[in-house]
Design a protein around this ligand. Sequence first.
Ligand SMILES: Nc1ncnc2c1ncn2[C@@H]1O[C@H](COP(=O)(O)OP(=O)(O)OP(=O)(O)O)[C@@H](O)[C@H]1O
Ligand SMILES: [Mg+2]
Length: 401
Amino acid sequence: MSRLLLATNDSSWEDRVRESFEHTLNGELKSWGPADLAAGNSAMLRAIEDHGARVVAIGPGLDSEAALHAAAALDRVSPELCVLLVAEPTPELYRMALRVGVRDIVDPAAELADVRAAFDAAIDTAARRQVRSSASVKTETRRTIAVVSPKGGAGKTAISSNLAVGLATAAPGETVIIDLDVQFGDVGNALRLAPEHTIADAVRAGDALDATTLKAFLTGHPSGVYVLCAPESPADADLIGTDDVSRILELLQGLFRFVIVDTGAGLDEHTLAAMEYASDIVLVAGTDVASARAVRKEVDAFDLLGLTTQRRHLVLNRADARVGLSADDIEGTVGLAISVSIPSSRAVPLSMNQGIPLLEGAQKSPVSRSLGELVNRLAGEAPINSDGPAASRLRRWKETR
Ligand SMILES: Nc1ncnc2c1ncn2[C@@H]1O[C@H](COP(=O)(O)OP(=O)(O)OP(=O)(O)O)[C@@H](O)[C@H]1O
Ligand SMILES: [Mg+2]
């Protein structure tokens, strides 16, 4: 039996629901009376988690805007829940409710048999959603992917935001990106988000931070990716310690299959803390000598620090730059085979300025095709150690040393 949560202050409604189930609901039903739903999203999420609710009925007696806001928040953070709205149904309310993922609207004055039928249908939907989501979590890969480069402006944010959108398209609701460029992070801009909360809120929650609270600080993106944005003000960056990064990543790993980490340039303490949790590192290099050498130094530093278990993927960005090293030379300098080469394209800055990631649209241009290749590689659809031309080039390089 799926557990039910009634988010309302109306005790006569609770009585009617119990009656519709012929008083067979005991511990399965819980009433949670929010003083102010709009401000209480994280408290409601906690109540849902504590109770193990699968069906949430919001209302009656609530301002419809607050009720819809709460329904939208639930749909974002727990798509496997089934949400009912309890209010007098109107065509306008139906239209808005369906848009935020509400399954049905129940008239609080409806016949008991109709109340029961609406709850039975919701319980059924919730059970099916539950089976689907637990099956996908058990059988599929989980990855935490840190996108790094020693130099600024290499293309980390362009790559990580597209990677997140691409993975979310394959696994909606199961991908999160965290912006660990804590001073000047711009993942929010690259995805045209106006976040209500940022990582600073997660840190301010202190010991009270748990999975439920953290979910409430994420911002949803239409592609299905969730985002933990960098603080609004660079001054807030000082709040964020390495222990906070560890705690947040631990929680995100429990909640999502794919955790993408965008980082600041170089190996700062936040990046290093994240590295401990990474299964994959995407190293972004340019074609110039300085960039290739710096990436080599970064790889050496990982070796020295014992960060050797993560799969390493070398991504060559602006790969077609006319002046620059050849692919062979870059692989030779870095000591890794190039996984994916991304050409230079005006579409990249254009898409970042507009906040519309390239992988949100049709993937026809060479640059979106290579970003798509990177997504497939990390989604586990392609073997990690590809034996393509790049790998054989690397073998040749090793043999000549
Ligand atoms: N393949 C590309 N072709 C053309 N422009 C690109 C390409 N990749 C990145 N850019 C542009 O280069 C600039 C820097 O990219 P991005 O912000 O992704 O780098 P970054 O490594 O995140 O930088 P920072 O270290 O400052 O965070 C942006 O204006 C971006 O649009
Ligand atoms: Mg960046």
